[in-house]
Design a protein around this ligand. Structure first.
Ligand code: NAP
Length: 489
């Protein structure tokens, strides 16, 4: 691995400011999904070691919360500067462990860093309020206090940004964090730890634990000293964690699966809409919770849309993300390829038409060539499940009411896209969609200032924006009584 700074590549856990190996001697390999080569090994921590991370966070909490908000801001901004300064190495590590093309990995480093800067500043604005008193001679108000230790469990598709979007908010609020990254992509998390240390984040404030997911998560969820759990990942695991947090009544934030509809109105230029749909479908090789999974096109432009979509899709290049001019890297592992193939087979067996997608062209065993299916219907897996693969399914619809019903026909409610220039149609559909985020005539919708999150089975809470930090804050109400005569009471 060619890094300008090889110390960013760490094969240890990071607990209490120390690089830690597994005391039981257990470890596992991490693979490069593009080549199948072993990139390195990570330790699997024992129970006592995970508990030690909670001890360390508990000890660090006293000191970290006592810092002034502007002092925490400075440390976080130093971390931000280091992320930017090491962007190329961080992107290389990410491409090697996750597979995404280098330009996308650089983009994710920028995106992930932008949350650190955003929350560094937001930490200075965790205002309480004064409340006009209804109690004689009393002053009423609220102050915001850090909730306590936050456990952060994150997925492999955005190995860096899904950590910073949580950790920066928690740390800015005054909370220490314990990160459990996905086992496929631990090295981005560990590079973040190395840079946090260099930024002067005190020992115990940013910890990275590694281990068997079910074991580690139980330890964190059942520990009463851990006050918040923030999870990004599948709805299946999110439900499990919500249950595990019930006994200790933790604050739980969940960013779960998506199954985004991409609605194209009859007034649209089919080429413009098709190019946008390709962009919304194939980022991160379709392994994206915002991926346009169900493309719903008005019947009057369906044929032209499909032609333009197929033409644009054919231009996508597939290969090792370290090479130049690559649009789609590999899928994360062989099981993901098998799942993608099964979703395609299921759709074809139920009547969908395979317009394009020849797997014999795949450049390696973890690669999946983009697939275009038309005639996708409600009874197919691709309609209800996240394919998490470069498989696009198109369905024709007749009118607005029908497309609203189709779009909402899913347990998920994360993001939706609408392409039309008819303002009445935009308003009607946007209001009727049961999704937490709706992008109109735009593929790009995320970033630090916006509240990211879903409804229905896509999650609880919001990340980013002015409310993202609230996931890590308690509101303390005070009533200062017996003040004598208080003006305005
Ligand atoms: P996943 O299988 O749910 O894994 C996510 C995390 O949970 C990993 O750290 C994993 O650890 C851990 N985990 C797995 N099984 C567990 C268990 N039994 N108990 C406790 N923890 C467990 O999801 P994924 O495949 O990594 O990620 C894809 C999913 O994330 C998709 O559904 C996608 O839509 C969703 N996602 C949502 C957002 C959003 O913001 N809404 C963003 C990105 C991704 P190990 O890796 O060690 O098994």
């Amino acid at each position: 691995m060619k890094l300008s700074d090889p110390r960013l590549f760490r094969q240890y856990a990071y607990v209490d400011g120390k690089w830690t190996h597994g005391e039981g001697g257990r470890e596992e390999p991490v693979f490069n999904p593009a080549t199948g080569e072993v990139l390195g090994h990570i330790p699997l921590l024992e129970t006592e070691q995970v508990n030690a991370a909670v001890d360390a966070a508990e000890a660090a909490f006293t000191q970290w919360r006592a810092l002034r908000a502007d002092e925490r801001c400075e440390r976080l901004l130093a971390w931000y500067d280091l992320l930017q300064a090491n962007r190329e190495d961080l992107a290389t590590i990410m491409t090697l462990e996750q597979g995404k093309p280098m330009p996308d990995a650089r983009g994710e480093v920028e995106y992930g860093a932008s949350f650190v800067r955003w929350f560094a500043e937001e930490g200075k604005r965790t205002f309480g309020e004064t409340i006009p008193s209804h109690i004689p001679n009393a002053a009423l108000g609220t102050i915001k206090e850090p909730v306590g230790i936050a456990a952060l469990i994150t997925p492999w598709n955005f190995p860096l940004a899904m950590i910073t979007r949580k950790a920066a908010a928690a740390m800015a609020a005054g909370c220490p964090v314990i990160v459990k990254p996905a086992h496929e992509t631990p090295f981005s998390a560990l590079a973040l730890a190395e840079l946090a240390e260099r930024a002067g984040i005190p020992a115990g404030v940013f910890n990275v634990v590694l281990g068997e997911a079910a074991e580690v998560s139980k330890l964190l969820c059942y520990d009463d000293r851990v006050k918040a759990l923030s999870f990004t990942g599948s709805t299946r695991v999110g439900r499990l964690l919500l249950e595990q947090c019930a006994n200790t009544v933790k604050r739980v934030s969940l960013e779960l699966g998506g199954n985004a509809p991409f609605i194209v109105g009859p007034d649209m230029d089919p080429k413009e809409a098709a190019y946008a749909a390709v962009a919304a479908k194939f980022q991160t090789a379709g392994q994206d919770c915002l991926a346009a999974d169900r493309i719903l096109v008005h019947e009057s432009i369906h044929e032209a849309f499909v032609e333009h979509f197929a033409e644009r899709m054919a231009a996508l290049t597939v290969g090792n993300g370290l090479e130049s001019e690559i649009d789609l890297g590999p899928l994360i592992h062989r099981q993901a390829v098998e799942k993608a193939a099964a979703v395609v087979d299921d759709a074809i067996s139920k009547g969908a038409t395979l317009v394009a997608g020849d797997q014999s062209q795949a450049p390696g065993e973890n690669f999946f060539m983009p697939v275009l299916l038309t005639g996708v219907t409600h009874d197919m897996k691709i309609w209800h499940e996240e394919s998490f693969a470069p498989v696009a399914g198109i369905t024709a619809y007749a009118d607005d009411d029908q497309v609203i019903e189709m779009a909402n026909d899913t347990e998920y409610g994360l993001a939706a896209y609408i392409y039309t220039h008819d303002i009445r149609r935009i308003w009607k559909i946007m209001r009727a969609l049961e999704f937490g985020m709706v992008a109109v005539n735009s593929v790009k919708m995320t970033g630090p200032p916006v509240p990211f999150g879903g409804v229905k089975h896509s999650g609880l809470g919001r990340e980013g924006g002015v409310t993202g930090i609230d996931e890590y804050l308690e509101t303390k109400y005070y009533c200062l009584g017996a003040l004598g005569s208080v003006s305005g009471s």
